[in-house]
Design a protein around this ligand. Structure first.
Ligand SMILES: Nc1nc2c(c(=O)[nH]1)N[C@H]1C(S)=C(S)[C@@H](COP(=O)(O)OP(=O)(O)OC[C@H]3O[C@@H](n4cnc5c(=O)[nH]c(N)nc54)[C@H](O)[C@@H]3O)O[C@H]1N2
Ligand SMILES: Nc1nc2c(c(=O)[nH]1)N[C@H]1C(S)=C(S)[C@@H](COP(=O)(O)OP(=O)(O)OC[C@H]3O[C@@H](n4cnc5c(=O)[nH]c(N)nc54)[C@H](O)[C@@H]3O)O[C@H]1N2
Ligand code: SF4
Ligand SMILES: [Mo]
Length: 711
């Protein structure tokens, strides 16, 4: 009989694009297989809890469909007909294509394209070093944070906030526009503990009945894109009822008198008509946050994914500046902690080679860029070659019909470095197999907490997989790109980056596992002043001068209200498109990651549209029927599911599925718009108007489903 395999536990960090960035304890079985993944019990934010999809990481890392060999396309674009080739041949082909593009059309015809599929700084951002050294078109990554961040920074001047650990002192936790139970489970741990231990009240604000809404004491379900109106009415009531902290405002804010006057007619009744909330609900919310200074505003991303999202983020953020919550432990706001780490990124990103005169192309407008839109190309020539790492634009980018036309171009060379045969990889000319986080070293910052963490290589990758750093360095050699970062190991890069940032050494971080970078209370709560020149919180947003790293060009901020307001900039439903659609995350996926692991797929079922039963009845739709959703950008087919608590006229489709999982091979982003959202771009993923039609084939498909279910 075989001896049982030894099981050991190893420290690590979740690399996925999730605010929580959990500290992990990973079971390794017999040296090179992963068992169960646990949350580190002693990490202040993780507290032993991880989401179910990462607990089952063995399904992903040992998935039979993992890419393990370089591939070359032999069929038409998108056919996914590939043959295996050697690493040398693959890298030579990519380098040849990049050099050819550079020779014929200039360095700016090459566009390295990446995102946060891994949040490890070396593996995610090392591609920038190649971009800058080679003077390739730079990348403006705004698909996720591009709307929310300017909205927050317009108020505080800096992207940081209160430590989530302070929820232990909060009387109220407001979970605003984030479905935390699905998208950052640890927030629920902290909020629920505050409720259990000292009776904190939990408020959730969303547009449909999410799991987070179900767990809240006060759930405010408003119409999409109306959070600014809610925030204004709350502040109106605070001023009216003597719950505004005038001493705090006099000392820490710019124009409290102008704000009060401006809000005089933004009454709860006014907001009720816009938001669909009852006046009493708005009054109850205002009284709760007004009477409890220790209110923690946890502002999520979801409500910013609207065309008026930056204004709504800023408006919500103004509330704790009116109540003076910031002055109290357990009070204030948090959206993301990015500014607390103060890491010198020069070596990682090759910022010593950065030339800001090289054009910077907008991630969210990849479709227009690849189809030759002059404005999107900043007046320059076409993109001829791309290297794509850590992202799946043929699923996640808006306006998919245009994106698809772009990637189908015969004169565009695309190399995709991936872990799976994603929809984007299927359109590649060369596919390279990538390592996963347990197979390489990297360092991680978090957005929901303030800990810097290191995760070391724990197991060997499958033979054939290489890390992003290895690929970038090998290409640099072939492309004549010189930078000492290409000759260093990830550990050397991390160690030097920590040292020059005054964050100790890698050896120290590795021994400690995490380093708390939260500044002292006074600074974290902006009691030493907000981060604008005048030291004040800005009720009056100066959109044109928000200290946010945009591309230096004129942002389309005009029209954004400077004082908080309801800004009617959204895609309004009309007679031809009577429904609003939001495309929210699925609990068991992470963006398009995990949409191939068996348990996640089983739990999510199939692409569906959640709809109010009354709306379904009017359209003659029954549960499980196929329906068509469409607008000027395209149309898709998927199944309908009744949602009793839904708002009439609002449809939600959860999850970023493989396109092939949809009945017509077209996913939800067929319907979303790539028009640049104010002030600096980004995509309004939850701000989509659509028409709905029952599908002619619904009965047969429904019956087939029923037959399958029965068998
Ligand atoms: N399980 C899981 N976790 C994830 C992800 C995932 O795909 N799956 N994605 C990760 C990523 S990249 C990110 S950025 C974060 C995002 O996580 P969140 O900050 O939670 O943002 P979203 O998921 O976009 O949307 C959150 C909620 O906002 C709601 N919403 C939409 N429009 C409005 C509105 O106008 N007002 C209000 N109040 N609510 C609105 C949506 O319906 C949704 O329930 O989650 C990360 N974590
Ligand atoms: N409709 C709609 N669309 C959305 C959203 C939405 O809410 N609704 N959310 C948007 C948001 S917030 C975001 S952040 C984007 C995210 O979109 P993406 O950045 O595309 O995120 P993922 O879908 O997780 O894809 C990451 C890919 O990177 C690969 N990967 C992971 N680690 C590594 C690595 O170390 N090396 C390499 N080479 N590859 C790796 C994974 O296999 C995966 O295929 O999607 C956006 N799109
Ligand atoms: S996906 Fe988010 S919640 Fe899940 S383990 Fe990773 S960081 Fe934690
Ligand atoms: Mo994101």
């Amino acid at each position: 009989m075989n001896a049982p395999l030894a099981i050991s536990r190893h420290p690590s960090v979740c690399p996925h694009d999730c605010p929580s960035v959990c500290a992990l304890d990973v079971e390794v079985i017999g040296g090179n297989r992963i068992g169960r993944v646990y949350g580190a019990p002693d990490h202040p934010y993780t507290q032993g809890v991880v989401c179910a999809k990462v607990a089952r990481y063995s399904e992903r890392i040992h998935h039979p469909d993992r890419l393990t060999w370089p591939l070359r396309r032999v069929g038409p674009k998108g056919s996914a007909q590939f043959v295996p080739i050697s690493w040398n041949e693959a890298l030579d082909r990519v380098a040849e294509a990049f050099l050819k593009a550079e020779r014929e059309s200039g360095a700016e015809s090459v566009w390295p394209y990446f995102y946060a599929g891994t949040m490890g700084l070396v593996m995610r951002d090392g591609i920038d070093r190649l971009t800058h050294v080679k003077r390739y078109s730079r990348f403006f990554g705004n698909i996720c944070v591009g709307i929310a961040w300017p909205g927050y920074i317009a108020g505080t001047g800096r992207m940081s906030g209160v430590s989530p650990a302070e929820m232990a002192k909060s009387d109220v936790v407001v979970i605003w526009g984030t479905n935390a139970a699905a998208t950052q489970v640890n927030l629920m741990t902290h909020a629920m503990r505050a409720r259990k231990e000292h009776g904190a009240r939990i408020v959730a604000i969303d547009i449909y009945p999410t799991e987070t809404m179900r767990q809240a004491d006060l759930a405010l379900q408003l119409r999409p894109g109306t959070d600014g109106a809610l925030a204004c009415a709350v502040m109106h009531a605070l001023f009216r009822d003597g719950l505004a902290d005038r001493d705090y405002m006099a000392r820490y804010t710019d124009e409290p008198a102008a704000l009060e006057a401006h809000l005089s007619d933004r009454t709860p009744a006014w907001a009720s008509a816009i938001t669909g909330l009852k006046v009493e609900e708005i009054e109850a919310f205002a009284a709760l946050v007004g009477r409890h200074k220790r209110t923690f505003f946890r502002l999520g991303y979801g409500f910013s994914r609207q065309r008026n999202g930056a204004a709504n983020m800023h408006a919500a953020l103004c509330i704790p500046a009116v109540t003076g919550a910031w002055a109290h432990e357990g009070g204030g706001a948090l959206h993301a902690s990015s500014a607390v780490y103060k890491l010198d990124r020069t070596l990682i990103q090759g910022l010593d080679a950065l030339d800001v005169s090289v054009r910077r192309l907008d991630q969210s407008r990849v479709g227009e860029i690849l189809t030759g839109d002059r404005d999107a190309l900043k007046g320059g020539g076409p993109v001829k070659a791309m290297l794509i790492q850590n992202t799946n634009p043929m699923v996640v980018a808006p306006d998919q019909e245009t994106v698809r036309r772009g990637f189908a171009r015969e004169d565009l060379f695309v190399c995709v470095h991936e872990q799976f045969m994603t929809d984007t990889a299927r359109f590649a000319d060369v596919v390279l197999p990538a390592t996963m986080f347990l197979e390489h070293d990297d360092i991680y910052t978090a957005s929901a907490h303030q800990h810097l963490q290191f995760a070391r290589k724990t197991i060997d990758p499958p033979e054939g997989c290489r890390s992003n750093h290895e690929v970038i360095s090998a290409l640099a050699g072939r492309l004549g790109a010189e930078h000492r970062g290409f000759d260093m190991s990830p550990r050397e890069i991390i160690d030097e980056s920590l040292r020059v940032s005054g964050r100790g050494t890698l050896a120290e971080l590795e021994a400690a596992r995490w380093l708390d970078c939260q500044p002292p209370f006074e600074e974290a709560h902006f009691l030493d002043g907000f981060a604008h020149g005048d030291g004040k919180f800005h009720f009056r947003a100066d959109w044109a001068n928000v200290p946010y790293d945009h591309d230096g060009l004129c942002g389309p901020w005009r029209g954004l209200p400077s004082l908080p307001d309801h800004w009617a900039a959204n895609e309004g439903a009309d007679e031809a498109h009577p429904f609003k659609l939001a495309t929210s995350p699925a609990r068991n996926f992470l963006n398009s990651s995990f949409n191939q692991t068996p348990t996640s797929l089983a739990r999510e079922g199939r692409p569906s549209a959640l709809m109010h039963p009354g709306d379904m009845a009017e359209l003659g739709l029954r549960e499980g029927d196929v329906m068509r959703l469409g607008n000027a950008r395209g149309e898709i087919r998927l199944h309908v599911r009744p949602s009793a608590g839904a708002t009439r006229g609002v449809i939600v489709s959860e999850g970023l599925w493989d396109n092939r999982d949809f009945l017509d091979g077209r996913g939800v982003n067929t319907l979303t718009g790539a028009d640049s959202v104010a002030p600096f771009g980004g995509a309004a993923f939850h701000d989509v108007r659509v028409w709905v039609k029952p599908d002619a084939a619904r009965a047969t498909v429904g019956e087939k489903d029923a037959a399958e279910a029965a068998s």
